[in-house]
Design a protein around this ligand. Structure first.
Ligand code: FES
Length: 46
């Protein structure tokens, strides 16, 4: 069985803090470079 993942909404955050809960196609390296999955964050604090 092949696991399907998505990363269509991946974008780079330029400011603020978020809480992201996801099962999408984003790596730890992406996160360290401020990439987020726009569909998967629950908080924004500028
Ligand atoms: S739309 Fe697929 S991870 Fe956001």
């Amino acid at each position: 069985m092949q696991r399907e993942i998505c990363g269509t909404c991946k974008l780079r955050k330029t400011d603020g803090q978020i809480h992201m809960v996801h099962n999408g196609d984003i790596t730890d390296e992406d996160i360290e470079e401020n990439y987020i999955l726009a569909c998967c964050f629950s908080r924004w604090a500028a």
